[in-house]
Design a protein around this ligand. Sequence first.
Ligand code: PCA
Length: 322
Amino acid sequence: MKFAIRLLFTALGFISAGAFAQTAWDMPTPYPATNFHTENIIQFAADIEKATAGKLKITVHANGSLFKANEIKRAVQGGQAQIGEIILSGYTNEDPLFGTDGVPFLATSYAEAKKLWVAQKPFVEAKLAKQGIKLLYSVPWPPQGIFSAKPIASATDLKGVKWRAYNPQTSRIAELVGAQPVTIQAAELSQALATGAVSAFMTSCATGYDSKVWEQVKYFYDAQAWLPKNAVLVSQKAFDALDKAGQEAVLKSAAAAEERGWKISEEKTKFYLAELAKNGMKVEDPSAALKADLKKVGDTMIAEWVKSAGTDGQAIIDAYKK
Ligand code: PCA
């Protein structure tokens, strides 16, 4: 009798485990928990948990805490993480098409960035699919400008300066203006500034705000040079292992996150710029001379990118310009 009861309970246990099968995903992301991309991701994870009645639970590991920024794509590809966030242009050396949105002065407003994404997306999707990765959504950073400890009147003032880079393009800019590039991911930016490892860089007002750069850096030149994008990627294998309802919850929540993210990015730009000023930074337009110097850098880099990206790159440009 006792044995029969135990058997019965065991059987019930199996049934309930089947009916309430729980899937847990780890999601490494590169940027701080309070960054707008991360907050959007946390909402995305909550939407999925709700839509699946708790069957799919995504734990977000922000700020490079589970995998460093440059390790996240490989982790998703290799199945060490089921899902993750990357900055697409961080992978320009792997394939120039990933870095379309990192090319200076190709697309400089949210509307242009959207148009460029429509042209770029099918190529990024296909490339990732070959690597067993499914693209879920992508959201841009605010337009990129120049942060500097010292005032910059023209590119000449950047000669010899220790320049923080976050992707191949920001390194290339340093080379073209005669600065010294050092690659440092956002999670280490505050420390690099505090130790004097770098004193100038290009990024968004959002990252300037996240890293409280005003403690060392006093100038922001709002060059609006490009809008790089983050992308949320899932392992195709992990996605395929979900039931139909789970897959639909992920796709629907991703579409909502993409729409929400583009809106928040654009809307929060004003807030970030105001915060930089409020904390004692000079927020200015670049001088005519600096603008002209940056334009020259952009022209060089657009030509270099078109050359490296071949016929697919040309197809993206043609679709974008149409
Ligand atoms: N912030 C990220 C990438 C682009 C941006 O605006 C960074 O500085 O690392």
